[in-house]
Design a protein around this ligand. Structure first.
Ligand code: FES
Length: 166
């Protein structure tokens, strides 16, 4: 005589357990398919999204020339550029050290642009004074817009002797 016949309640409970195990496996399978579907949808979305690198524009306006006193050096932190105004005119100098790319600082007391990383120092016009740096700070093209604002183009490196007369 088998146990099922001996204990019908036990057999009924086993049958219910079997059904719930099946349901459990069905739910696991649906869950796995759902996760795989979401992963596939995410990859598809990423594939069709434009792969674009957003960078700052290389040309920017630096405002009215009257903002800059004669014989001044103004650091534009968001552009990493110095706007230098002398009696002769304007020029724009990169604030990125040509040694290893650190950001330099204007030191008005010493009348120098200094790099704290390895101690290079530059004149306000970008020429090297001392330090391990081999090249001067580059000058960017600076012009006046039709509206009379200064405009700097960081893609155009110009000779240090070029000055914008205003
Ligand atoms: S990065 Fe400026 S001196 Fe080295």
């Amino acid at each position: 005589m088998s146990d099922d016949k001996a204990n019908p309640e036990q057999a009924n409970a086993d049958a219910k357990l079997e059904v719930s195990r099946r349901d459990f496996l069905n739910e696991i399978t649906l869950g796995a398919l759902g996760v795989a579907g979401l992963g596939g949808a995410a990859l598809t979305y990423q594939f069709f999204s434009p792969n674009v690198l957003f960078e700052q524009p290389t040309t920017f306006r630096a405002g009215n020339p009257d903002l800059y006193p004669v014989n001044s050096v103004t650091f534009l932190q968001d552009q990493l550029v110095y706007i230098v105004r002398t009696a002769a005119g304007f020029y724009a100098v990169s604030a990125v050290c040509t040694h290893l790319g650190c950001i330099t600082q204007w030191k008005p007391d010493a009348n120098t642009i200094a790099c704290a990383c390895h101690g290079s120092k530059f004149q306000p016009n970008g020429k090297k004074i001392e330090g391990p740096v081999a090249r001067p700070l580059p000058h960017y093209a600076i012009n006046l817009t039709a509206g009379g604002e200064l405009q700097v183009d960081k893609l155009q490196i110009v000779e240090a002797a070029r000055v914008l007369k205003v």
